[in-house]
Design a protein around this ligand. Sequence first.
Ligand SMILES: [Fe+2]
Length: 281
Amino acid sequence: MAGNAMLNEWYPVGLFSHLAMGVYKTALMGEKIAVSADANGDAVVITSAGRILPVLVRFGHVWSSLGEPTKDLFSIPEADQPGRRFVEVGVVRVRCSPLRAVENFLDIAHFPFVHTDILGAEPHTEVQNYKVEIRDVEDEVWATQVKFYQPQAAKSASGGITTEYMYRVPSPTCSVLYKTCPPRPTEWDVIALFVQPLAEDLCDVWPWMALFDDETSMTDLIHFQQTIFLQDRSILENQIPHLLPLDPGMEIPTRADMTSVAYRRWLKRHNYTYGAQLVAQ
Ligand SMILES: [Fe+2]
């Protein structure tokens, strides 16, 4: 792991609102860590060897790093927009590579098959052409103009609609999804996936949402997202190879996987290889 550029990135390590409940013991890239609040209520992250780690609090989560982050955590401007509801979904543990968890989140083609009758339905399985790029200035992967028919795109949607999506990968284990907001056609709902790498083949996934939805109860919003993610978990835990192959040709990409191809290329370019498989086995 030494020399891996992922060491210097920020990762979610818990919910800030849970710190009041006491010390939260977890792990980050194989190191045991404890997340707690000091006398002022500020978050503190410490390794089992007593090393104090960098910390920041954003999007309802505590973030930390085993290395020395050279830049601030990415921003999500919608997190400061009045009128949105912020949903901390909680944690889902998945026995898979943290990179696999992000890649699955980026994959639109699985909707009709994995999230049948919710995010997709047969026979509407075709993924229309969309645009994928690695944006050099932001240093992020973006997929735009993604359109997909969905029977129930959101808790606030009644009946099927064609949903438009944008996907963004601003850090190796985080992805932000922007999707059509049924009650406000000029805005995007934001659904983010913050993945905490516990080990190369084990992660805690912290979904977080910033929505325009005044109708649905918080419990229902959380339950909707958990239902979706538990459907993903069984797929993720059965993927072979467990680690994400970064070399082209190790898995056959289809057109729907363009975002995945760009994501893998971007990871490789940055030497973001924790959870990646570099050579065929
Ligand atoms: Fe999924």
